[in-house]
Structures are given as C-alpha cells and as structure tokens.
Design a binder for this molecule. Structure first.
Ligand SMILES: Nc1ncnc2c1ncn2[C@@H]1O[C@H](COP(=O)(O)OP(=O)(O)OP(=O)(O)O)[C@@H](O)[C@H]1O
Length: 551
C-alpha cells in the first residue's frame, strides 16, 4: 500500500502527462491539416461570398436588367466553352476571384458596407411607416409596421459609390391615397430627407402597380454657354435636361468641343399651346441670365421690348441693338412701353383680320414675332401704382390673351415672394413655366403645379431648376450661361460669347454712340488738360425707339 500510494497518488499526474502529448499531437495534426486545407477553405469561403453577392444583386437589380445580364452571361459561357483553353481559363478566373473574395479581411469591408446599406434602408422604411401604415390594420402582417423590416417593402435598391441610395423601388399598400398630391409630397419629403437632402430626386408613381420609384439622377450638362442653337424658327432652347427625359438632341459646343445634349425646347408662335413663359426664381438663381438667353434667340427672328425692374441694369447691353424696340427701367417708361404693346397687339389683330377677309397674305410686319420681356415687373408695377399710373398687370392682359394670334409672346421673370402679385391673367396664360433655385414644396407647387420634384440642393449652381411646358412632365433644367457683357465681374469668354450673339447696333444708335464717344473723348481730353481727373464713367442712355415694325 505504502508502495502503491505514491503510485496511486501520482497516477493523475502520470495520466496527465500521457494525455498532454496526445492533445498536443491532435492539435498539431489539426493545425497541419488546417494549413494544408487553408487554400481550399479560402476558396470555399470565396465561392460562398461570391454566391451571396450574386443572389443579393439578383434581389436588388431592376427586373429589366436581370434578363439581359443572364443572356450575356450565357453567351459568355458558351463562347468560353468553345475556346480551346476556355474552360481552363474560366476555372482559373473563378478560382482567382474566389481566392480574392475568400481572403481574410475581404469580408470585413463588404460586411460593414452591407450593414450600413441595410441600416439606411431600414431608416427609410421606418420613416415611411407613418405614411403607409394603417392604425387598425386588419392584416396580420402589414407591409408597413413599426416593428417591420424593409425587405418586403423595397423591391429593388441600388447604392452609389458613396454608399448612398441611388435608386429605390418602393411597394406601398393599396389603401394609400396615391392620387392625392399632399400624400405623395409627404412620402417624397421623407424619402428625400432619409436619402440626403443635398441631392435632387426623381419620383415616378406607378398607380396601377402601387409602386414608387425614386432615382437620384446624375449631373446635368453644365457649363454650356449661350450659342446659336440648331432649332426651327419659334423654338427656344430654355436649357438642358436629363438624357432619358427627352428624345431630342441638339449639337452644341462645350468648352470648344462639339457634343450632343438633350434640350428643353419651348415652342412659341400661333400653334403653341404654351404661348407665354413665367420664370419664378430665388434671388441670384439666374433668372436674368435665362431671359438674356431667351432674348438672344428671339432676336434672330423677331423684335423685343424689355421692361427691366431688376434695377441692376442687366439688360442694358441690348440697348440700341437691331430688333430691340426699347429697354425700359422706369415706371413711366414701362407703362409707355406696355401701352404701345397693347396698341400693337390690337393693330396686328385687325391687320390680320382685314388681310384674311380680303384673302390677302398677312403682312410681314404682323407676322414678325414681338417679344415682351419683363424682368421683375412687380417692383415697377408697385411704383407705377403709387405714382397713380396704370397697373402693368392690367396692361399685360391684352398681349397675354391675344398674343398667340397676334404673334406677341410675353416672358416674365419674378422672385418667388412676388409671384402672387403678378395677377391671375399671367398665371393662367403663361403655361410654360420655369423654376430656378431652391424652392419650398409650396413654391414648387404654385409655379409648376406639381409637387413631384425635390428642389435643387443648396449646392446647385446658378441656372439650375425645373421646366414644365403646359401639363407636360416636370423636367430638370440647366440654363446655358449668358452673362451680362457689361458685367466686369463675369468671365470674359462668356461676355465675349454673348456680345458675339447680340444683333449689331441699329444705324441710328451706332451713330449716336459714335457721336457720344467722340464727345466724351473730347470732353475727357479737355478735362485732363484742366485737371488730373479720376476715372470717367460712361453711361449710355437707353433710346426711346419704340416703333411699329415696318412703319
Ligand atoms: N446658367 C448659368 N450659368 C452660369 N452662371 C450663371 C447662370 N445663371 C446665372 N449665372 C450667374 O449667377 C449670377 C446671378 O445671375 P443673374 O443675375 O442672372 O441672377 P438673377 O436671378 O437675375 O438675380 P436677381 O434676380 O437676384 O438680380 C451671375 O453672376 C451669373 O453670371
């Protein structure tokens, strides 16, 4: 016993000593096996990840994209199969891809991204629940519920490189009032807020299928300057839009290189359903630039009367140019110009009527388009009223109502906060609409009659907005750059481009300016002789050259 005791007492120790080597051997064997199998494990892991990626792509990809991709994949497989070393090459590519995706750390980035994307979708889903959920929904598993998940509600989702939602196809319940603009707006606002307010979104409501598609469209053609656009007479290029929004393309020169861009073309004239244009803009959003661009095009075939209430003199460059009948900046001048426009409209109507009764062609001076362009008229209108003069809004009634038959086109630009002051006639006759700059949904609705757009973000460049011709679709718009040639702060190339597009000075004006320049030179020379004078300012007085065409 005495002998055994120590043996017995040592037995556990001796057993442990015998087990440990076994464990070590097993561990060493397993490690060795793992080392041997490591490439295989990496490949297997990579294949699983690739499969998951493919399945996820399939679930999120738009249906119309799935078919072509499957077809192209099948064609590629067949082509590879027919190549002499094709199958071997294909296996090598798959093994390479699997090895790349199966390596340690590959999942970390992918998983984090996937997690972030899922979190974004869940946040969007939760934001939509108050819009789409019913308080006492009899459905046991409603599409939208406070503890619900996005997977059933969002059919397709695409993300941009920045990890933000680029496209989302949302399913909504049948009870949602999708024909009510305010309900739609609430949904769109929530989607905008959760997907990033600094971008624009396009919403397409498919009422038949209860689907809403939100897309973050790409950038518009930007930096294109005013130039001679290839258009028919009466067509005015307001700006450029998304390629998929319009079928037409026009050639332009952009930075010295030719390219084709999708234009927003406004058709004017006797057959136009939208004979007049209203531009509503935020301050500094580029409304004067748009008017300048429109007038440059209008002057190719017609005459222009400008009423400039902006006070910045942004249209002084037109003074005395051929076809420019007046550039008025004062209330009295504006009233006189519009009174003349009223008489001219009546004259054109009666001339055209007489010609038709006598079976004669309508005289050329009646057929020549007349453009009445008002930049911020509310300021002048207010002043005219306080001076006891006639209201500009009343004077606009005749050209607005009869402008289509008389070939008189009215274009008005106004800031958002003064649009209400423009009067009912303008709002009902000016069916071509442009909205520039950041606007509230209410302003958007008031101008475009549609709330299905998100306004351009705060980072949007000047000249960005939306156009709607009649009851047509709301189009995103980028106005071509047409800086004021007299604005020394504007870029020189742009100013030169606009100067090159303006019609030449009318003979009388050229003579008057030449005389004025000579007189100024002489006066300056005389002054310089007398004293060391500071820089002399030269001001050109706008001519009161109102006249009827052909008289
Ligand atoms: N489409 C454009 N492309 C490039 N620059 C533009 C464009 N539109 C406007 N700008 C620039 O933005 C500035 C403001 O333009 P503009 O004077 O036309 O704005 P506005 O809306 O008439 O301003 P406000 O009504 O407040 O006087 C100018 O420097 C102009 O050159």
């Amino acid at each position: 016993m005495v002998v055994r005791w120590p043996i017995l007492s040592r037995q556990p120790a001796s057993t442990g000593a015998s087990v440990r080597p076994v464990r070590d051997v097993v561990r060493a064997g397993a490690d060795g096996l793992l080392d041997v199998l490591h490439p295989l494990i990496v490949l297997l892991r990579g294949l699983i990840r690739l499969t998951v990626l493919a399945l996820r792509w399939w679930a999120r990809a738009p249906k119309e994209r799935r078919g072509p991709v499957v077809f192209l994949s099948a064609v590629a497989l067949m082509a590879v199969g027919l190549l002499p070393w094709g199958p071997v090459l294909a296996v090598a590519v798959v093994v390479g891809a699997a090895a790349w995706h199966g390596r340690e750390g590959a999942r970390a980035g992918g998983a984090a991204r996937e997690e972030a994307e899922n979190a974004r979708l869940q946040a969007v889903y939760e934001a939509l629940v108050p819009c789409f959920a019913l308080r006492d929904d009899p459905d046991r598993e409603p599409l939208y519920a406070h503890d619900g998940a996005w997977e059933r509600a969002f059919e397709e989702a695409e993300f941009g490189d920045d990890g933000r939602i680029a496209r989302l196809l949302v399913r909504y319940p049948a009870h949602f009032a999708d024909s009510d603009p305010s309900h739609r707006l609430a949904v769109e606002q929530r989607l905008c807020a959760k997907s990033g307010r600094d971008r624009e979104y396009r919403f397409v409501w498919d009422e038949e299928r209860n689907r809403l598609e939100m897309t973050a469209p790409g950038p518009l053609p930007q930096g294109i300057r005013a130039q001679r656009f290839v258009t028919a007479p009466g067509e005015i290029v307001l700006g450029f839009t998304d390629a998929e929004a319009v079928p037409r393309r026009i050639p332009v020169t952009d930075g010295g290189r030719p390219r084709d861009v999708p234009p927003v073309v406004w058709r004017t004239g006797t057959r136009s359903a939208e004979p007049h244009l209203l531009v509503a803009a935020a301050p500094g959003a580029g409304s004067s630039t748009l008017l300048r661009s429109v007038m440059i095009q209008a002057l190719e075939h017609g005459d222009v009367v400008v009423v400039d209430g902006d006070g910045s003199g942004g249209h002084a460059c037109l003074t005395g140019r051929q076809g420019v009948l007046a550039v008025e900046t004062s209330p009295s001048g504006a009233v006189a110009a519009l009174e003349w426009v009223v008489h001219e409209t009546q004259r054109r109507l009666s001339e055209a009527s007489r010609a038709r009764q006598a079976a004669r062609p309508v005289p050329d001076d009646v057929r020549r388009p007349l453009w009445v362009v008002l930049d911020r008229p509310s300021a002048l209108s207010h002043l005219a009223r306080t001076e006891g003069r006639q209201d500009l809004r009343e004077l606009l009634g005749a050209p607005l109502a009869h402008g289509r038959s008389a070939r008189v086109t009215v274009v008005v630009a106004e800031h958002f906060d003064c649009v209400d002051e423009l009067g009912g006639a303008l709002r009902s006759y000016a069916r071509a609409r442009v909205l520039l700059g950041a606007a509230t949904p209410e302003e958007t609705w008031a101008v475009l009659g549609a709330a299905t757009v998100s306004p351009p973000g705060p980072q949007a460049p000047p000249g960005r907005g939306f156009a709607r011709l009649g009851a047509g679709a709301v189009l995103r718009l980028q106005v071509p750059g047409a800086p004021d040639p007299l604005d020394e702060a504007a870029d020189d190339a742009g100013r030169q481009a606009v100067l090159g597009l303006l019609p030449p000075l009318a003979a009388t004006q050229a003579k008057a300016l030449a005389g004025q320049a000579t007189a100024e030179t002489q006066a300056q020379a005389a002054k310089a002789e007398r004293t060391e004078a500071g820089p002399a300012a030269r001001t050109a007085t706008p001519p009161k050259s109102l006249r009827t065409s052909g008289t």
